[in-house]
Ligand binder design. Sequence first.
Ligand SMILES: Cc1ncc(C[n+]2csc(CCOP(=O)(O)OP(=O)(O)O)c2C)c(N)n1
Ligand SMILES: [Mg+2]
Length: 283
Amino acid sequence: MRIDEVRDAAHRMRHHVLNMGEAQGQGYVGQALGAADMLACVYADQLSYRPDDPKWEGRDRFLLSTGHYAIGLYAALAEARIIDAAELDSYGCDDSRLPMSGMASYTPGMEISGGSLGHGLTVAVGMALGLRHQGSPVRVFNFLSDGELDEGSTWEAAMGAAHHQLGNLVAMVDINALQADGPTAGVLRTEPVADKWTACGWFTQRVNGNDVEALLAAFDEIAGRAAPVGTPAVILCDTRVGSGVPLLENREKAHFMRIDADEWQICREQLTAGYQEKAGVDA
Ligand SMILES: Cc1ncc(C[n+]2csc(CCOP(=O)(O)OP(=O)(O)O)c2C)c(N)n1
Ligand SMILES: [Mg+2]
């Protein structure tokens, strides 16, 4: 069934993330594990795309604002068969199409280069506006991090999207409560986040971003709205860094993780054990 398929996809993606991380011994592994359920919902349930034609004009656009989350997107692109899973082994290597920070010109299915934070939503707004002018039914999704809510450009874009009534735009914010310099609450207090998006004119929902059922219900709410012209929609997703791997869930300095050579296998075993346990409970 639908929920199980997405959960399975997220689980396979988490394994891909660990395998890619192991190849480098480090990386933005915690975020990618935390956001795996969000990305699985998008790629396994929401997006229209053609695996063999990543530039197909009719595809929904998925814009990753956060270039450093690329490892998570590569896992999703492999799951979506837009890139070959075998290519994941080249992650972060010289001449690889899968650099540590996402580059649109390198990777099929990577719509923008998002390393300079706070620009993804501005690009998404322009894209959504342009597609609507063309009469296209395509939707634009933008994945943001909570750190990007520190950027004024994000809020300018949010107001612009509501002003232009961009019902074809969906933003997803990974609220993992973490940034490069430490907890989000200590860097810049962005709460109450939901009130801010609502005040900007967005259809706003806040869910547990590691709960596939809740995420899919939020997407269904968006699709079911009776909005003739449109209101942009945002899903605020509270996630846990390292989700699915207890060893990494409680790690200090989680923004960029260094993981010892003997820990990767433990991570994989914990991931598999947790997933089997959950599947057993749900059965
Ligand atoms: C405009 C801009 N300012 C600063 C940085 C440096 N930087 C890279 S990642 C990061 C943390 C941003 O917060 P978030 O994406 O929430 O971090 P995470 O959850 O991945 O730890 C920062 C400040 C950047 N890439 N772009
Ligand atoms: Mg964060």
